[in-house]
Design a protein around this ligand. Structure first.
Ligand SMILES: Cc1cc2nc3c(=O)[nH]c(=O)nc-3n(C[C@H](O)[C@H](O)[C@H](O)COP(=O)(O)O)c2cc1C
Length: 361
């Protein structure tokens, strides 16, 4: 058995804190998954408030960063209250990845994450994202290029393999660790699966239980309730869990999981007042960061999720998605508060939408 261990990159069995390089996370940390067009600063702010221990930006094209593409640069915006925060990059060219890691360095995040899991055709066809699952040597060269060019801890997010007949995550994990990666998040699906079927965590557990593996292993895929998170923690033994879709419109998932893991009981669902407050905060942050037009427009997709469970919201919702100023929207939210005052929410199932059909990632 190879006993090599990169300094400062293992979970400490004594204190159960989870270390990623110099970053110290609490026992069983909950991570907010990188999500394109979702994990922006306004959304991250409400997830942070509700217990996300580590968050990532959405993925950023290395080629875009190098070309100074405005859209890519804007995605580098991070704030101190978000720490620890990782910036995720993707690309299939070693020089471009190395250079973009240097650019990422300049905004001083806590870590750089490499996306080796994106299944989209236009990404994989360039040997980026999940494309490298067919070419592990390239994956390692890309990783080494990033590790060499940054002073930050480098982490990776990937899938089980390319398809059912080539699930190579066990080999991938060992080689990534040897290449200097400080933590690995694994989505329990293959590239071929996209978002179909159920995420399979058995291979994630195998990686975690491999005695050669010293870096933290985070499981990802289909966590949508506190009981499921605890069940998967116990069954698969991962160091922490990464949550994506379930947090969209329900950032309270993080605190619910924390409470459940600690006390083995369900926390009461967020009250009407809290839902409206969080919705307002998201709206304000969206307005501040994206500007009045896009900020208000892009907020429209969130109202239904935040207010899910309230009966007959069609008329209110209709107004929320047509109004164009923060003040008007807040007035409607206040009206809703008065109208539904005292409404008792129940825990409802968080549906995990197959986003691949809606947005191709
Ligand atoms: C809308 C959307 C955008 C995504 N964008 C990214 C991304 O930029 N980078 C990435 O590594 N994964 C991305 N993913 C994948 C998620 O990070 C996560 O692996 C996947 O949703 C499975 O986790 P979940 O079942 O908790 O949602 C995206 C997923 C969704 C739904």
């Amino acid at each position: 058995m190879d006993k090599r261990q990169a300094p400062g990159c293992s979970t400490d069995p004594n204190n159960k804190m989870v270390n990623i390089g110099n970053i110290v996370l609490p026992d069983f940390p909950l991570l907010l998954a990188p999500m394109e067009d979702v994990s922006d600063p306004p959304f991250r702010a409400v997830c942070k408030d509700n217990g996300a221990d580590l968050m990532y930006t959405e993925f950023i094209s290395s080629e875009g960063l190098i070309r100074d593409a405005i859209k890519s640069r804007q995605k580098l915006d991070i704030f101190d209250y978000e720490r620890p925060i990782g910036i995720q990059i993707f690309g299939g060219d070693e020089d471009a990845m190395a250079l973009s890691a240097k650019i990422v360095d300049t905004v001083n995040p806590d870590l750089v994450d490499i996306n080796f899991g994106c299944p989209v055709k236009k990404v994989v066809s360039k040997g980026a994202g999940a494309g490298v699952l067919k070419d592990i040597d390239l994956m390692i060269r890309l990783t080494e290029a990033v590790v060499k060019s940054t002073r930050l801890p480098v982490t990776v997010k990937t899938r089980l393999g390319w398809d059912d007949s080539s699930k190579n995550i066990e080999e991938v994990a060992e080689r990534l660790q040897d290449a200097g990666v400080k933590a690995l998040a694994i989505h329990g699906r293959t590239r071929a699966q996209l978002y179909k079927g159920e995420a399979d965590w058995t291979l994630i557990a195998k990686v975690k239980n491999n005695p050669r593996i010293k870096i933290p292993i985070f499981g990802n895929g289909d966590i949508n309730s506190a009981p499921k998170a605890l069940e998967y923690k116990e069954r698969y033994g991962v160091d922490g869990i990464m949550i994506g879709r379930a947090a969209i419109g329900y950032p309270w998932i993080f605190r619910e999981i924390k409470h459940y893991v600690q006390h083995k009981e369900l926390l009461a669902p967020p009250t009407l007042e809290e839902r409206i407050e969080v919705c307002k905060k998201h709206l304000h942050k969206s307005f501040e960061w994206k500007g009045p037009k896009i900020g208000i427009f892009e907020m429209r997709r969130h109202y239904t999720n935040y207010l899910k469970g309230l009966p007959n919201i069609k008329e209110f919702r209709g107004r929320l998605v047509t109004l164009t100023t923060v003040e008007e929207i807040e007035t409607v939210l206040d009206e809703m508060y008065q109208y539904y005052k005292g409404y008792q929410f129940e825990h409802s199932q968080i549906d995990l939408i197959d986003y691949h059909q809606k947005c191709p990632i």
